[in-house]
Design a protein around this ligand. Structure first.
Ligand code: GRF
Length: 199
């Protein structure tokens, strides 16, 4: 089986990347992670990719000095040079411009730690507690220009417990992220293939 070639963009520790790498080891999983790109040279995600034998590229945003489009053109070039067919944002902490969003329309997923459309942006767990939510969770969605706004592909829910701290709630949501993202990425890859849009 030809696996759909996935590029992952990550800025931080890379636990979702790890979950995707683990899922992709299954022979019948329809996607393989072929490249990990980070804007942060110190991202834990880079070490995790290297441990798994996956190619990595650092495209540090700082030398671009605010030219977000030029930074994204460099990322886009790296994705295309690796024949990437589907992109997964996994803790990629940059707001995207049309350069990447348009180039990868219908081929780029993101995972967000809330039940969108509730709590887009940062500090989602504390905001769920402060809002008195009884349910919280995570969302995988297609990437569009509006931050955390694209069509939803899947969600996983957890109960907010009366004695939850931001940390305890985040940990339960993260465990769900690690199941939801591999499931959604696999579905997305299978759909691309079925539509004749992947190798
Ligand atoms: C996750 O909570 C993800 O939902 C959010 O950023 C965090 C990344 O964590 N977008 P990790 O780097 O995958 O561990």
């Amino acid at each position: 089986m030809n696996k759909v070639r996935v590029g992952v963009l990550a800025s931080g520790r890379g636990s979702n990347l790890d979950a995707l790498i683990a899922a992709a080891k299954a022979p019948d999983y329809p996607a393989q992670i072929v490249l990990v790109i980070s804007n942060n040279p110190d991202a834990g995600a880079l070490a995790k990719a290297q441990d798994a034998g996956i190619a990595t590229v650092v495209v540090d945003h700082r030398p671009y000095k605010g030219d977000r489009e030029a930074h994204e053109r460099a990322i886009d070039a790296a994705l295309k040079a690796a024949d990437v067919e589907l992109v997964a944002l996994a803790g990629y902490m940059r707001v995207l411009t049309p350069v990447l969003v348009d180039a990868w329309a219908g081929r780029m997923l993101n995972i967000h730690p809330s039940l969108l459309p509730d709590h887009p942006g940062l500090d989602t767990h504390q905001r769920a507690i402060d809002a008195g939510d009884i349910e919280h969770g995570c969302t995988v969605h297609w990437v569009t220009l509006g931050v955390d706004e694209g069509p939803i592909m899947g969600q996983a829910r957890v109960h907010v417990l009366p004695d939850d701290s931001e940390q305890s709630l985040a940990a339960r949501v993260l465990a769900e992220e690690h199941k939801l993202y591999p499931a959604c990425l696999g579905q997305a890859a299978a759909r691309l293939r079925a539509a004749g849009k992947a190798s």
